[in-house]
Write a protein that binds this ligand. Structure first.
Ligand code: GCU
Length: 136
């Protein structure tokens, strides 16, 4: 089913920097979260239909320590692990299934530890038509 990609480098960044020194990103770069609790990236996501959507965060973590983040969707928060991916050039995905409103939605990924978040490449949001395989 259809999906839309929102680049982290185009989102609202609080305590982070847009960088491009590790290959494999989409768009023009990625966000390097400052290594502090509370650094965040906020996306404005437009959905055509209300209801459950799959939100996929593409990230890299070149360390061996998890960099957990809270993911808030219109103020409803879940926590996800962003474990080591083996290298800063090795990109992986974490999925959140969340209810979106028709129209604009706020999706914010906030670092929960002093290491900050992982490097964040993009958020991809599906059209809500997907009915199976939420595991990807
Ligand atoms: C390195 C790496 C950055 C990364 C940072 C970190 O400096 O080059 O891309 O963001 O480590 O640990 O957060």
């Amino acid at each position: 089913s259809a999906s839309v990609r929102y680049e982290a480098e185009n989102a609202a960044i609080s305590r982070g920097a847009v960088e491009s020194d590790h290959a494999g990103y989409t768009g023009t770069g990625f966000v390097n979260y400052d290594n502090v609790v509370g650094s965040s990236v906020e996306f404005q996501v437009t959905a055509a239909t209300s209801g459950p959507h799959g939100l996929v965060l593409r990230f890299a973590n070149g360390t061996t320590a998890d960099r957990p983040m809270s993911v808030a969707v219109n103020g409803v928060t879940v926590t996800r692990s962003f474990p080591g991916t083996g290298a800063w050039t090795a990109w992986a995905s974490v999925t959140v299934r969340a209810m979106l409103d028709a129209g604009v939605n706020m999706v914010r990924a906030t670092a929960l530890t002093a290491d900050g978040g992982p490097n964040l490449d993009a958020l991809t949001v599906d059209d809500g038509a997907q009915t199976t395989d939420w595991s990807r």
